[in-house]
Design a protein. Sequence first.
Length: 451
Amino acid sequence: MKKRIYWSILLLIALCSTAKAQVIDTLAESPSPVYDYAPDFSYEELQTRYDKLELEIDIAFNDQVKAFINYFTVRNREYTREMIRRKEVYFPIFEKYLAKYGLPAELKYLPIIEAGLNPKAVSGPKAVGLWQFMAPTAKQQGLKIDWYVDERMDPEKSTEAACKYIKWLYGILGDWKMTLAAYNSGIGNVQRAMRRSKKNDFWEVYRYLPRETRSYVPQFAAILYAMEYADEHNLSVEEQLYPIDFEEIEINQFVYFKAFAEESGIALATLEQLNPAVKKGAIPANLKNYKMRIPRDGVENYEMNKLTILAKAEEGKKEFEKLVSNVPGSTFGKEKVTYRVVSGDVLGTIARKHSVRIEDLRAWNDIKGTMIRVGQKLDIWTGPDFLTDNTLVVQKVSNQSIPNTKQHTVQQGDTLWDISRMYKGLTIEKIKQLNNLKSNSLKPGMTLRIG
């Protein structure tokens, strides 16, 4: 019976869809060193050691926990060893915010099973960061997500957001095991499992939970054990990673990291490592008072040459725009409209109609080939257009004042994006609101209110 449970649990790991699973699988491909010896301990020895841990989150030792301990200390020792290498970079941050919000200290191990201590981890369902936030939950917790910045990747901000979210979950559920389960699969799934089972204990609602969530709690207990008793399992590392000592500088302009690095002498990789939330390697001008991190040993040179460094970083905007605008699927400088496919449409005609590239349409809508269906909704990002030779098309619109009539007559080929760009202070959303438009379709001769 125990053997059957053991292999079932290992299968769950293989099927797990989180970013953590991706990290484990990657590290598992690396052969263990010849000298690496994994001590063999009995069930009773592991349980005795586990029970000595003074944990606020009380997860009983059982076959599932034991199977995961075997995974992290025997079968995939390289994954655990890599987590030991990285922990000093992130654990001080976790410990600071867990203490601030009065949460159990052992929750610092959660980002190991969530993201493999990788702030840029992205899962299949598009959860991001050390704490694997989905976008709606992240925004509810006050994290900024846009084309330039994703604060789910910021270790400090995402950790504080996670602490607030976990505290909220625990306030509703009142049990730490159920809180962990809800963090993994969502509070709705956990409450539904509780209703179906008419129980409120994790092990009693176990079979009613999503498959991945069943393995989540024992997996958390196992990695906690493996990290706490690494020495007993001969899990040592030769080179420990440590955080880069940094200071924050206030930015109120466009900054292209590549140009900033070249002018300041700070390695580009260091800037990217210190600022993981900056997705595209640039800080936009409209992000006022942005706290950019630079290594402390580069602060003196920055202060002495601040004007020159920032000027070069701003001048890099042209290079940056040219680079990102021509990447298939780029949304740089564009606004989204939604198009519904009608009979006779093909990607080519839709692309020409909206002055975009077919490869962009595919990238925006995750289309692998050319097949589209009638009624399908396509996201299209309209704005500065590029020809096949990447030459910028001359735009016909200008940023003029709204006329006294407060009206615009639609011309052949006009789109909402075109019209929004013709007049100062006008947006696609405002045009739709003023005219009670339910779609983005326009007909020549239509009269639109624009103010």
